[in-house]
Design a protein around this ligand. Structure first.
Ligand SMILES: CCCCCCCCCCCCC/C=C/[C@@H](O)[C@@H](N)CO[C@@H]1O[C@H](CO)[C@H](O)[C@H](O)[C@H]1O
Length: 468
């Protein structure tokens, strides 16, 4: 909180509740309520506005085991109960609610590729079903807020959709242009279109429908909404959260897919990256700032220029030792925020921006190896000390100036930020506790264990030989 309130200008915290603290139905975990009450109060005391995500990929285990989680439509009711409880307990102070963070990741990485929890590989069906239930759950929660709480609390409910931008490889080739549009529709439009326009994107219905028929299925693998559901779902976003990290070049796929049904093959396209883009730190994340402006303009034209909060934007480093001079992150933030400002000049209704992320944290299937934080966290030290990376200084300047005043000033910020980090780097390297701990866990313990095993093996061999 101290680190957040240090960013004097943003004063927002996009944090998420841990759903597991609120087990469904039978009882309410009063300790969980107390924990978040205290947290929200301290945020407000420090003039930090909480923006709360209800679901950032953490389902209570019993809901997964009992109902198969988002594969089951009964999740809609359970999730609504949980959201209603949060509105009741915290809505007097929390005015910005996000139902789901990147439901695309939950659906595709959780139920198609299985890289994320719950690790299912229900290729070609699981992701569509999970998405269908999450869209229904989102709209039910919005209606609950609208009916029961809006007058009293006067807040807003939205969703956060993270997507890559898709750029046609050949902009003079109609097939590539259509393939790039399909890429974005299969990612962002999959969720945004029902919420803003009342149904799945036409192109998804056509492609998945055709493929399902070719595969001998009587009905499409993409579930359908009844007309009642369509009108219930349409218009259930007070604002749109947009997460964005990177871009792909897209070309039409002209050859038939060799695999069976799959979300990826349903799209009939190939994703490419430009070999000139700098080598990424996370394997999927190339810095391509211009894609951000195009995505934001896509949002403006396809969904009636909604109020947009940029909920996630940032980049990682893959390093096991502390390296605080994150020049590449400064370049990334500079490039992406600049493109966002251009999009605002284009008329996109961006009302807020939060960088991803304040601190290094657990990065899902990558564990702690990918660090997205502005602050470095020493995870191996039990006190988890934090150290500002160079980007902290730069980001502070950027947000307090609310943009880029002029080239010389920005160059000065850049210089001061990178100068400051080398001093902290030295301090960190000299931290005796950290280096001592690392030496003990990484070198001394394994070496002593290996030696003990070797010596015992040799002694055993000698003993056996003597006996024989
Ligand atoms: C026939 C072709 C088969 C191809 C199979 C390829 C599988 C591709 C898997 C897709 C990989 C895309 C990864 C992108 C994910 C991002 O959108 C996602 N990580 C965004 O979520 C936020 O990311 C943050 C940084 O990673 C952070 O994790 C945060 O918590 C997330 O909300």
């Amino acid at each position: 909180i101290q680190e957040e309130s240090d960013f004097q200008w943003t004063q927002t915290d996009r944090g998420s509740f841990y759903y597991g603290k609120f087990p469904p139905t039978e009882y309410v975990n009063e300790k969980g309520i107390q924990y978040y009450n205290d947290l929200i109060n301290v945020l407000l005391e420090n003039r930090v506005v909480p923006v709360i995500t209800l679901y950032h990929w953490d389902l209570p285990q019993n809901l997964q085991e009992k109902f198969c989680g988002w594969q089951n439509v009964s999740m809609v009711t359970y999730f609504n109960d949980y959201a209603n409880l949060c509105f009741e307990k915290f809505g007097d102070r929390v005015k910005h609610w996000i139902t789901f963070n990147s439901p695309w990741s939950v659906a595709v990485e959780g139920f198609e590729t299985g890289e994320h929890a719950p690790g299912f590989k229900l290729s070609g069906t699981g992701a569509y079903k999970a998405a269908h239930n999450m869209i229904k759950a989102h709209s039910k929660v919005w209606h609950t807020y609208n009916k029961n709480w809006r007058n009293k609390h006067k807040g807003m409910v939205g969703i956060s959709l993270t997507t890559e931008w898709g750029e046609p490889v050949d902009i003079s080739n109609q097939k590539d242009i259509e393939a790039a549009e399909r890429f974005v529709q299969f990612n962002f439009g999959w969720f945004a279109n029902p919420l803003y326009n009342g149904d799945y994107p036409q192109i998804m219905k056509e492609y998945i429908g055709q493929k399902s028929a070719q595969q001998g299925l009587g009905v499409s693998r993409l579930p359908t909404f009844t007309s009642q559901e369509k009108s219930y779902i349409k218009g259930t976003c007070d604002f749109l959260g947009v997460g964005h990290f990177t871009t792909r070049y897209i070309t039409n796929r002209n050859f038939p897919a060799t695999q069976g049904p799959s979300y990826f093959t349903d799209r009939d396209l190939t994703e490419l990256v430009d070999p000139k883009w700098p080598e990424p730190e996370s394997k999927w994340l190339y810095s391509v700032p211009w894609g951000f402006r195009r995505l934001l303009n896509f949002v403006k034209t396809h969904y009636g220029n909604p109020m947009v909060f940029v909920t996630e934007n940032g980049m990682s480093e893959k390093m096991h030792c502390a390296q605080l001079c994150d020049e590449w992150r400064i370049q990334y933030l500079k490039g992406y925020t600049n493109e966002m400002l251009k999009a605002m000049k284009d008329g996109v209704n961006v009302q807020g921006y939060t960088a991803w992320s304040l601190m290094d944290k657990f990065e899902w299937d990558e564990g702690f190896s990918e660090r997205f934080g502005l602050y470095y966290v020493e995870f191996r030290n039990k006190n988890k000390p934090r150290y500002p990376k160079a980007s902290v200084q730069f980001y502070k300047k950027l947000i307090s100036a609310n943009g880029f005043p002029n080239v010389r000033e920005v160059e000065k910020w850049h210089r001061i930020s990178t100068e400051s980090c080398s001093t902290i780097n030295q301090l960190l390297a000299a931290d005796p506790l950290v280096s001592h701990m690392e030496m003990v866990t990484e070198i001394v313990v394994p070496t002593v264990c290996t030696l003990c095993i070797l010596i015992s093996a040799i002694l055993l061999m000698i003993l056996l030989r003597r006996q024989s």
